[in-house]
Design a binder for this molecule. Structure first.
Ligand code: BES
Ligand code: MN
Ligand code: ZN
Length: 480
């Protein structure tokens, strides 16, 4: 989408110079150097704005915290600096920084993420923000990487922030096609109740059949280019890994016949954070070109009540043969995901990760800032967790504790779609596990907390965050 603040590596002058205390090689006037020294010593904090000979200097120091991992301290700083720059009223700045590429990239990312506003539904003056150019001379590689990454994440945020009347399975697919055009990905679509029933995705049919737009399964395939050493080595060796990324894409979750209470229901326009993260990550992966095939699956539906809607008490047979009892139509995420997980295994995935705004219980367990991580393989869980930590997203392990499986027993079917009052995140994870082939290494991310923010957080404003885009792209890189 439109890059509000344009970040470039080009040289050039600007009315504002941004310095990070302790990480600059620029020759600054004496008073500026003194202020930088005070910042570095911790005598002052925050973003300092100084005017010297008609030139504005924005100074700040990185503030490390033990919970800010994977460059988050630099992203937070980027968010503060871009805000200060906006407040200054200037339209261009140059960042004089000497730090390692990962730190520079995180700083630039924080700026692009921190400058995001959802304003495509605003008219008049509010819809227009001034163009802002920030130059990072000498850092072209870090800047290119940062901008691609932050743009992909902002894309995911925008899709989730879009209201349900504008963002439904159909408009999601249209936007995905537009965003992915020309990147060499192959896209396929199964759309509508009849086609999905025929292709055996009964969960999407059950959940999406009362939606204002038909449910859909969007598949996005990335195949690494042949040639080069890597391809030759694997040619005669055993077949390499294939990564599947699966996302819950409920464009609006009213709860269905098990209707949610009215207060705060609007937030469920963002119940597609998993699918949006898959889309953003696939866009990023196409640009980063890791040497591993990746298939992204977006399970798209609108969960609404009407006379066609599924009922509590319905029993249907999933793709893998399991009979599912629908105790509560508001536990719809696991229904749309289950057949898609099975399908991804059929399609040859060796490694898999899904992301879903799946349970309110995950917010109770881990709060708003941490995602739940459940997996059927310990080593894979660690790889996935490390991917998150390397990019500043916390994915915290929860157990798929076998003894709790009986919480989702049902006397009339093989499995129930709710598990009662306790361990709601784990019982949802245990439910999903039954649709994954045991030979596939699988991890489930419950992103109900960090995907949606009720207020400002780090470099985010109130709204959706695009959580898991970076972790997913990193995961592909790690598996390659
Ligand atoms: N999309 C919700 C979960 C959710 C809640 C995400 C709050 C983000 C913020 C999900 O579909 C849902 O409604 N889950 C139910 C499950 C229950 C009926 C077993 C829940 O968490 O209450
Ligand atoms: Mn629900
Ligand atoms: Zn939901």
């Amino acid at each position: 989408m439109i890059q509000r603040c344009q970040i470039t590596a080009a040289k050039g002058s600007a009315p504002v110079t941004i310095l990070v205390a302790g990480a600059t090689s620029a020759k600054a006037p004496k008073p500026i150097q003194e202020e930088a020294a005070r910042l570095a010593k911790g005598e002052v904090s925050g973003v300092r704005s100084l005017l010297h000979d008609g030139h504005t200097w924005l100074l700040a120091a990185v503030k490390s915290q033990d919970w800010l991992v994977g460059g988050e301290d630099w992203r937070v700083l980027g968010g503060q600096l871009i805000q200060a720059l906006r407040d200054s009223g200037h339209s261009a700045a140059v960042v004089e920084i000497s730090a390692d590429a990962a730190q520079v990239a995180a700083l630039a990312e924080g700026m692009v993420l921190g400058d995001y506003r959802f304003d495509s539904c605003r008219s008049g003056k509010a819809a227009k923000r001034a163009k802002l150019t920030v130059r990072f001379p000498g850092h072209s590689k870090a800047v290119a990487q940062a901008v691609a990454q932050a743009d992909a994440q902002n894309l995911a945020r925008e899709l989730c922030d879009m209201p349900g009347n504008l963002m439904n399975p159909r408009t999601f697919v249209a936007r995905a096609r537009k965003e992915l055009a020309g990147l060499g990905l192959s896209i396929s679509l199964i759309e509508g109740v009849a086609a999905l029933a025929k292709a055996r995705f009964p969960g999407l049919v059950q959940v999406g059949r009362a939606g204002s737009a038909p449910p859909a399964l969007l598949t996005i395939r990335y195949t690494p280019k042949k040639g080069g050493k890597a391809a030759k080595v694997t040619k005669n060796a055993k077949k390499g890994p294939q990564l599947a990324l699966v996302g819950k894409g409920i464009t609006f979750d009213s709860g269905g016949i098990s209707l949610k209470p009215g207060a705060g229901m609007w937030e469920m326009k963002g119940d597609m954070g998993g699918a949006a993260a898959v889309l953003g990550a696939m866009k990023l992966i196409a640009q980063q070109a890791p040497k591993v095939p990746v298939i992204g699956y977006c399970a798209l539906a609108e969960n609404m009540p009407d006379s066609l809607a599924q009922r509590p008490g319905d029993i249907y047979q999933a793709r893998n043969g399991t009979y599912i009892h629908v105790d509560n139509t508001d536990a719809e995420g696991r229904l749309v995901l289950s057949d898609v997980l099975t399908y991804a295994c059929e399609q040859g995935a060796t490694h898999m990760a899904d992301a879903a705004t799946l349970t309110g219980a995950c917010l109770v367990a881990l709060g708003t800032n941490i995602a739940g991580l459940m997996a059927n393989d310990e080593a894979w869980a660690q790889t996935v967790r490390a991917s998150g930590q390397e990019v500043g997203e916390e994915l915290w392990p929860l157990p798929l504790y076998g003894e709790y499986r009986k919480l989702i027993d049902h006397p009339h079917a093989d499995i129930n779609n709710t598990g009662g009052k306790f361990a709601g995140t784990i019982t949802a994870g245990l439910f999903l596990k039954e649709f994954v082939s045991e030979s596939v290494k699988w991890a489930h991310l419950d992103i109900a907390g960090p995907a949606m923010m009720g207020g400002p957080w780090r470099y985010f404003t109130k709204g959706n965050t695009g959580f898991a885009v970076r972790s997913f792209a990193r995961l592909a890189h790690k598996l390659a």
